[in-house]
Design a binder for this molecule. Structure first.
Ligand code: ZN
Length: 330
């Protein structure tokens, strides 16, 4: 083994250890941000017995493995989520660094990408747990993408090397997926729902009858009561239709950071995997447990993370495939 190889292996081990430590902090963010708890003030404690956790039981990944996922004081099960987020962060950080030749390209661009992936992990799990995204994390992603684009345009050769996303790709990426999502989620879906949703149809029908027909008082009261039930049903469903504003901001940030090609690939991955998941939910649902709305954020973040590795290349292959070869001239 030559010196360079040893250096490279060393760097990647460091990156993994650093990644699992960041992952440990991401766990705190995922659990505390939705409840508004402070990220720094409170010390870690067992969720069951409340015993403060000693520093040697807080080592990412390793402590969980040594304790076999159980509290040292009371033996209660510790969520596998901890080790999942920690190891996922470590592995994704290493995979990101593996894409670059750190010794010639430097650490800056892969480090920026890792910071972005960290934010995506928080958003994905947060949305999965609560169906909501913290505004602060979305703003962090947007700001980080903006800073990265500025740095890669101003310092292309001195500090930020190995970046294959141009300024134009980033600016197009800001809108490439977010604008279609906006149109689909806030214009088309409500319009379509208006025509196919049973409750909405019922509301229109009852309103029309109340307005145009002369009804006996008892009948009118019955209709008014039905109107109220249907209106509440519409209101409850209203939020679950289409995409949230969070999804749109997320895809803007993703497009600015990774370029429009990767953002489009991410959207495809998300829509296809989301549709498969919905089909599985529907197949398993019965009359007792009807299909409930699920968060789309985890699919979008997974799509963005995957396409940060090969999205641009995949899109370029597709564009080449579509391009008709030039006719040879005589
Ligand atoms: Zn305990």
């Amino acid at each position: 083994m030559d010196f360079i190889t040893v250096c490279n292996i060393g760097i990647h081990i460091m990156v993994f250890l650093f990644g699992i430590c960041i992952g440990s902090f991401l766990n705190v963010c995922i659990f505390r941000l939705p409840t508004g708890e402070s990220l720094t003030k409170q010390n870690s404690h067992c969720m069951t017995c409340g015993t403060p956790i000693k520093w040697y039981d807080l080592i990412p990944v390793f402590s969980w493995l040594i304790l076999r996922g159980k509290c040292r004081a009371c033996g209660a099960k510790i969520s596998g989520r901890y080790i999942l987020v920690e190891s996922l962060t470590g592995i994704l950080f290493v995979l990101t660094f593996l894409r670059f030749d750190v010794i010639t390209d430097g650490l800056y661009y892969p480090a920026l990408l890792c910071l972005f992936i960290a934010g995506l992990i928080v958003i994905g799990f947060e949305d999965y747990d609560t169906q909501e995204m913290t505004v602060g994390v979305l703003m962090y992603l947007l700001l980080l993408a903006f800073v990265t684009r500025v740095l890669t345009s101003v310092l292309p050769t001195r500090f930020i090397r190995g970046c294959d996303v141009s300024l134009e790709d980033g600016i197009i990426g800001l809108f490439a997926v977010s604008v279609p999502l906006l149109i689909f989620g806030f214009v088309l879906t409500p319009l379509i729902c208006n025509f196919i949703d049973e409750d909405r149809k019922a509301v229109r029908k009852i309103r029309k009858r109340l307005k145009t027909e002369k009804l006996p008082v008892s009948e009118e009261q019955k209709l008014k009561k039905a109107l109220e039930t249907h209106t509440t049903a519409v209101k409850e469903k209203g939020v679950t239709f289409g995409f949230g504003m969070g999804d749109i901001i997320l895809m803007s940030a993703g497009g600015l950071m990774l370029g429009w090609k990767a953002a489009v690939v991410a959207a495809f991955i998300a829509i296809i995997s989301g549709a498969v998941y919905a089909a599985v939910l529907k197949a398993r649902a019965d009359s007792d447990k009807p299909v409930r709305a699920f968060a789309f954020g985890p699919f979008l973040t997974a799509g963005l993370i995957l396409s940060s590795f090969f999205g641009t290349q995949l899109m370029n292959l597709y564009i080449d495939f579509l391009t008709v070869p030039a006719v040879p001239t005589m």
